[in-house]
Write a protein that binds this ligand. Structure first.
Ligand SMILES: CC(C)(COP(=O)(O)OP(=O)(O)OC[C@H]1O[C@@H](n2cnc3c(N)ncnc32)[C@H](O)[C@@H]1OP(=O)(O)O)[C@@H](O)C(=O)NCCC(=O)NCCS
Length: 177
């Protein structure tokens, strides 16, 4: 049949990537974004933290479109106060270029924060590529410290303290610099 109402935008869902097949999908997205698009050396893109990390996949309808991971770090990680306890380190957040600017990245961050809450972690850290600082800031993250290089790309440290629910984002923390 032709004409009629166009199909609605597919639903985006974020799910854990725990099976070998889903992990393969997550790594393929990372390869496309970080290695092919951003020229990060392949030997830096996959690292030893992947084995212990919790990975998620964002499904745009039935297409795996984005991914990210959470690694639990010891108190004091990345210059944060040890009093804040163990740190949920979000990373490898990537959305395939053709699925960007539809809220997939934000849903990935929210899903990883939910994982952090389930693990009892309330301090969240990420190393943001400088052009993406605004994206994370809108999600409640505050930049701190100096710009640093990771895999040839300028980054900022960013952090957020999670509340117990998905309620309003807390006010930004004062910059430490
Ligand atoms: C950063 C990234 C994950 C965001 O994914 P996304 O699905 O486009 O995110 P959302 O749709 O939830 O939010 C997009 C918003 O963030 C902003 N944004 C996202 N990435 C940005 C970037 N690199 N530079 C500037 N603004 C950016 C956009 O302005 C956009 O807002 P708008 O639609 O109102 O203009 C995606 O752009 C990406 O994979 N980039 C390449 C890899 C990368 O940089 N990862 C982050 C590593 S720290």
């Amino acid at each position: 049949m032709t004409g009629g109402t166009p199909d609605p935008e597919p639903t985006v869902r974020v799910r854990p990537a725990a099976t070998p097949a889903d992990l393969g999908r997550a790594f393929a997205i990372r390869h496309a974004v970080f290695v092919s698009e951003q020229q990060v050396p392949v030997e830096l893109e996959r690292d030893e933290r992947d084995a212990a990390a919790r990975h998620v996949l964002a499904w745009f309808g039935d297409v795996p479109a984005g991914t990210g991971r959470l690694v639990a770090e010891t108190p004091g990680y990345a210059g944060l106060s040890p009093d804040l306890g163990p740190v949920a380190h979000l990373g490898r957040i990537a959305v395939l270029v053709e699925y960007r600017r539809r809220g997939v990245g934000a849903l990935l961050v929210v899903a990883l924060e939910d994982q952090a809450r389930r693990l009892g972690l309330s301090m969240v850290y990420l190393g943001a590529q400088v052009p993406a600082v605004g994206f994370y800031h809108r999600l409640g993250y505050q930049a701190y410290g100096a710009v640093f290089d990771d895999a040839g790309i300028d980054h900022r440290h960013m952090r957020r303290i999670l509340g117990p629910t998905d309620g309003p984002r807390p006010a930004p923390l004062a910059d430490e610099r």
